[in-house]
Design a protein around this ligand. Structure first.
Ligand code: SPV
Ligand code: MG
Length: 549
């Protein structure tokens, strides 16, 4: 027998519900009323779900009197079924009409992979059995038998179950009437009988079970006789216990308490630790699966260029302006320098941005970034900060200083290049700023050539080297792509072994790559950027930002 038919893990939901009904074990299903509660029931270990009419009405905020239409109920079931793998038994009330409505219901439930439906022998529109049950008229036995037969005849999957619910005891009839009805429904084709009682003791149920004598599976709902030891049900050879409404009731009491607390406190502080975290909600929603699928199917995401922003320093030239914040949080034209940079990165599609902070990291208040902290920022330099971001590395990333502003085309051209390592060098006169990274290249900038193939030879703090003038100034932006990532990681590993690693900066890394014969390509630009190293730079940066795009 295949797994599909054997009731093993891969069996159809219908098959598994049928086996729960027919097995000699006492089985349990728990109420759920929407997708997330259904998931929670499954995660708790239950083998099945009771889609309760009371609970589904209640989550809509309406009464259990067929005020929600049957298609609205089926829509809820679709969500419940889609997010779970265990069988769902629907509380189908009276079948929402006559035999013809029942036929359509069964077909729609099968289409949504619902494993079975329970219908009760009352009149549409029904009322919950615990509201004046004894005044509720019962269905005509023959009419109800026709409804069961119509449902059975319209199911396509042989294992779909129809449970017939006997309301005679609720309506004040005796055990004999309940047995007469149960037997008629069994003969009409019902796969199981649900015998309902509203007494606080199980006497009626146990007597019915004795008289029934295993003619077909028995299902019970011990909402009122909840103090009965479960062992008594087992001994009575009950097949299935429905815990019928405890998810909606627990949700309601928790929501009432949370609402009251937030209202009274005008704050979330008291409740935060008492409610599920937002991450737990994401987990229940299956956010991980979507992330994995995006990796597989969204090519734009797969090829996304990441950004690593080095922003650990206080900035020497700002005196008391940086007493309470790092340089990157200084305001430029109304917003922090780092905000300008992050906006620029995002504008070019670099949405995965990791910022390595250090000095006054807690003052970094910029949305849309992942913040890492170089805890040893006061005794280490840029390479140590870069090493902190290693988990965020990718084989397509831009590493950039946090104090740089630039026209966005510079980033566009850099990201569109195919070089494994590429630095941006400004061949204009060094602009403002005291800290200059002068670049020496194997060719000077030939401004008549687009995309000139140029290699970096060295970055140095001096504008002349061996009697030769620099070819420009590195603007603090470097892109690593493909094998460039492995070169970067190997260089970091090698440099980490040096005694002066804590003092090393990005130029040391680039120079190491060059010395290691790795091609570091140069992209020449002519101005259109600046870095912020002094109070005077701040004003210039404001003007630059105002005219920037
Ligand atoms: C339901 O859960 O909606 C039921 C069970 O029908 S009971 O409320 O006990 O009648
Ligand atoms: Mg109900």
């Amino acid at each position: 027998m295949s797994d599909r038919n054997s009731g093993g893990p891969a069996a159809r939901k219908t098959t598994r519900l049928r086996q729960m009904l027919q097995s000699s074990e006492l089985e349990f299903i728990l109420e759920a009323h929407n997708g997330i509660s259904a998931r929670i029931v499954e995660e708790a270990g239950f083998k099945g779900i009771w889609a309760s009419g009371l609970a589904i009405s209640a989550q809509f905020g309406v009464r259990d009197n067929n005020e929600a239409s049957w298609t609205q109920v089926v829509d809820v079931l679709e969500f419940m079924s889609d997010v779970t793998s265990i069988p769902i038994l629907l509380d189908g009330d009276t079948g929402y009409g006559n035999f013809n409505n029942m036929r359509r219901l069964v077909r729609k439930l099968e289409q949504r992979d619902v494993a079975g439906v329970c219908i009760e022998d009352k009149i549409f529109p029904k009322t919950n059995s615990f509201i004046g049950g004894e005044r509720q008229p019962l269905a005509d036995v023959n009419e109800f038998c026709g409804k069961i037969a119509a449902g059975k005849d319209s199911q396509i999957d042989d294992d779909f179950s129809i449970v017939a619910r006997v309301e005679a005891l609720i309506a004040g009839w005796d055990i004999a009437e309940a047995l007469r009805r149960g037997e008629a429904y069994r003969q009409a084709g019902a796969d199981a009988i649900l015998i309902h009682s509203k007494l606080s003791r199980p006497d009626q149920i146990l007597e019915f079970a004795r008289e029934w004598a295993n003619r077909s599976p028995l299902v019970i709902v011990p909402t009122k006789y909840y103090s009965t030891p479960t062992e008594a049900f087992r001994r009575a050879k009950i097949s299935l216990v429905i815990w019928a409404n405890h998810m909606i009731r627990s949700a309601v009491s928790t929501m009432q308490s949370t609402a009251r607390q937030i209202y009274a406190a005008e704050s979330l502080a008291d409740v935060e630790d008492k409610v599920a975290s937002v991450d737990e909600i994401f987990r229940l929603q299956g956010a991980d699966e979507l992330e994995a699928a995006e990796e597989r199917y969204l090519s734009s995401r797969r090829e996304e260029t990441r950004a690593i922003v080095l922003a650990a320093s206080r900035g020497e030239g700002f005196a008391s302006l940086t007493d309470d914040r790092p340089k990157v949080m200084l305001p430029i034209a109304g917003k922090p320098l780092l905000r300008h940079l992050v906006d620029k990165l995002k504008k070019r599609g670099l949405d995965d941005i990791t910022v390595v902070a250090g000095y006054k990291a807690e003052a970094i208040d910029v949305q849309g970034i992942k913040l890492l902290v170089n805890a040893a920022h006061d005794t280490t330099g840029e390479l140590a900060s870069l090493a902190c971001a290693r988990t965020a590395f990718s084989d397509d990333m831009v590493v950039i200083y946090g104090d740089v502003l630039f026209r966005s085309y510079i980033l566009r051209d850099l990201v569109e290049s195919d070089a494994a390592v590429m630095v941006v060098v400004d061949s204009n006169e060094p602009a403002s700023g005291s800290a200059a990274d002068f670049a020496y290249c194997d060719e000077a900038d030939d401004r008549s050539t687009w995309g000139q193939a140029v290699r970096l030879q060295r970055i140095a703090a001096s504008g002349t080297l061996d009697g030769r003038a620099a070819d420009g100034r590195w603007i603090g932006m470097v892109r690593f792509k493909g094998e460039g990532l492995a070169w970067l990681e190997a260089a970091l590993d090698a440099l980490r072994g040096r005694a002066d690693f804590a003092q090393l900066g990005l130029p040391d890394l680039l120079n190491h790559l060059v010395a290691d014969q790795k091609p570091v390509h140069v992209w020449y630009v002519h101005g259109h950027w600046l870095d912020v190293n002094s109070v005077q730079d701040l004003e210039q940066a404001g003007n630059f930002a105002a005219g920037s795009n």
